[in-house]
Design a protein around this ligand. Sequence first.
Ligand code: SAM
Length: 226
Amino acid sequence: MNLYVIATPIGNLEDITIRALNILKIVDFIVCEDTRVTKRLLEHYQISKPLFSYHQHSGERVIEKIKELLKADQSIAYLSDAGTPGISDPGGKLVETLVKEFDDNLKIIPLPGPSAILAALSVSGFPTDSFLFLGFVPNKKGRQTYLKQIAEQNITVVCYESVYRIEKFLNEIDLLMPKRKLMLGRELTKKFECLYRGYPHEILVKLKNDKVKGEFVIVFAPANFK
Ligand code: SAM
């Protein structure tokens, strides 16, 4: 009973390990978040495998199917749409459920690779000996507490925000912590990759000049960073 949890590109299809490709070629089934996204990756590498989707709205039926396949000693690879499964995506819930069901009887094998958090941190220029990852910025409930938590940190903080709310978020950051240094990673590894560095108001100006589009990771320097 093997479940391979495989990191996939966050944009550039070449960012996949040789080991990941080799495992994708030998597993019995591939479970993924969105089959259209994963098909594109598999077609690029000419890999053809039975594929089905497990996502945040999948019901018990899909979980049962995965459990039955594993009990029948079928090997499964799980991929999310981008990056390392389980980091702010449905992979985490799947692994949690399967660990509860099978405990040590299921061999879960991580295949490391890209992750938007680490890609952004690695070029931030901020201290990374320790950092706090806070996931997606909450849209409503808990938003003020979330902002306060960032403001208070003396270690680097990383979070995700959607393109639809990035300006609103930066305006709030500018009000609460105008002297906080930030780095925004936009469209990392993709054609329009861009790193924005500076204080919140400076980044807001840069974003307005560029047409804001794409996916973002935001890295905050520690509050006491000089
Ligand atoms: N599991 C993924 C990982 O390890 O990177 C993260 C999944 S989370 C659902 C998706 C969020 O990650 C996006 O909304 C965006 O904030 C960030 N993200 C993913 N790909 C990105 C990229 N190429 N550039 C910047 N941010 C990205």
